[in-house]
Design a protein around this ligand. Structure first.
Ligand SMILES: Cc1ncc(COP(=O)(O)O)c(C=O)c1O
Length: 389
């Protein structure tokens, strides 16, 4: 895609123009046509609240569910809308029926909030959240898979792993991991927060038992739009997080979890508009261009930061985000300088005892943005002692 076309796309996003936004990963960013649709639903709700909650809104919610199900290739009957992946995984962890001694097998690359969720419910049940070490740099898919299963035991009940990790920004081979887990008769729970709209997602092909994805990241919906998928075998095993009108074992799966008193469903209702936006703007090609930006710049970013890439530089491991190790004793200060002095929004995230700078490329970015990041890091390196070698 030419620079000019990307710049036209940039105009469609609501993002402040004076910031170079290289952190799509944390909270996404919503284009104006999709945001307009969000406000359209909010207005409609306020104009006729009774009719909206009781009749019309529910029909639109079903339409959204159908469109999302078709986008991720599963049956709509297996999808529940949630505000975020944390909500979805809390549904699972809270009523997993963990017994004393049970183990949930996971790894060191998982997202902090969800480690807390599992930790909390595992401790409550005297079960164990087992964190296997996947070593960086990544060498091969086979090694990831072997390392992940190193700590499997007779007590393991389920696996929990991200398809794209948070601070390390790595695509993990979850299809192969799910296959191995099934051979071991384990329940498979996948955190796909970063996946929808980012890399290929086909839930029928993946065959995870349980999967959560955020639509407000790479599918470009407004905030508060995510989903929980549970397959037919397990979908009736979990209580809703909020016990309210929908609580009825005879009600359908989505009502069971979604009907929870008065709340704003508007973000969920933007799915058809978001999917249409992705189609109208040939987002597969936009995404491909962004992935190229990541692949061509990753080595240089790491080199400026005096580090080495943490995986082979190819599409098996990298999508539209990448992370480089940063040696600094003042990560907060580094982040603040990048934001306040260079107007660059880019996260510096902790993983174990290390820090990583993670940049993203989305339809509103081009090479100039990444050049600005590189120049800013070079300047900081010259003028401060924040970046150690
Ligand atoms: C791997 C991963 N899982 C889950 C989430 C979503 O978390 P939340 O529920 O806090 O929106 C994120 C957010 O960035 C993430 O990176």
């Amino acid at each position: 895609m030419k620079k000019q076309e990307i710049n036209t796309l940039k105009e469609q996003f609501i993002l402040s123009k004076h910031i170079t936004h290289l952190n799509h990963g944390s909270f996404g960013a919503c284009p104006k046509p999709i945001f307009d649709n969000y406000q359209f639903w909010q207005l409609k709700l306020e104009q006729e609240p009774v009719n909206f909650y009781v009749n019309e809104g529910m029909q639109h919610l079903e339409k959204s569910r159908n469109v999302l199900a078709s986008y991720v290739n599963c049956k709509p009957q297996n999808i529940v809308f949630t505000t975020n992946p944390s909500y979805a995984i809390n549904i699972i962890a809270k009523s997993f029926d963990l017994k004393e001694g049970d183990e949930i097998l996971s790894c060191n690359l998982e997202y902090g909030a969800l480690i807390k969720t599992w930790d909390y419910y595992c401790k409550k049940a005297k079960a164990k959240f087992v964190t296997t070490e996947i070593t960086l740099p990544i060498i091969s898919k086979e090694k990831i898979i072997d390392q992940f299963f190193e700590n499997v035991s007779a007590k393991t009940r389920a696996i929990f792993i991200s398809q794209i990790t948070s601070s390390s920004a790595l695509i993990l081979p979850v299809k192969e991991i799910c296959e191995r887990a099934k051979e071991l008769d384990l329940i498979t729970i996948i955190d796909g927060a970063h996946v929808p709209g980012h890399i290929h997602l086909d839930l029928s092909e993946l065959k995870a038992d349980i999967y959560t994805g955020a639509c407000h990241k790479w599918m470009l919906t407004p905030k508060g739009c995510s989903f929980l998928y549970i397959n037919d075998e397990f979908k009736n095993h979990f209580d809703p997080l909020i016990i309210s009108w929908g609580y009825d074992l005879n009600s359908n799966f989505s009502d069971h979890h979604e009907l929870q008193g008065t709340r704003d469903y508007s973000a969920f209702l933007t799915i058809p508009t978001a999917v249409q936006f992705l189609k109208d703007n040939d987002w597969e090609s936009v995404s491909r261009t962004c992935k190229e930006l990541v692949l061509t710049n990753y080595e240089k970013t790491s080199s400026i930061l005096n580090s080495k890439p943490i995986c082979p530089i190819n599409a098996d491991y990298l999508g539209q985000i990448c992370s480089s190790s940063v040696k600094t004793s003042e990560p907060e200060k580094l982040k603040t300088i990048l934001y306040k002095e260079f107007n660059i929004e880019v996260p510096i995230m902790q993983l174990g005892n290390e820090f990583y700078l993670r940049f993203s490329a989305q339809g509103y970015n081009n090479q100039d943005d990444i050049d600005l990041l590189h120049q800013a890091l070079e300047t900081i390196k010259k003028q401060t002692n924040l970046l150690q070698s």
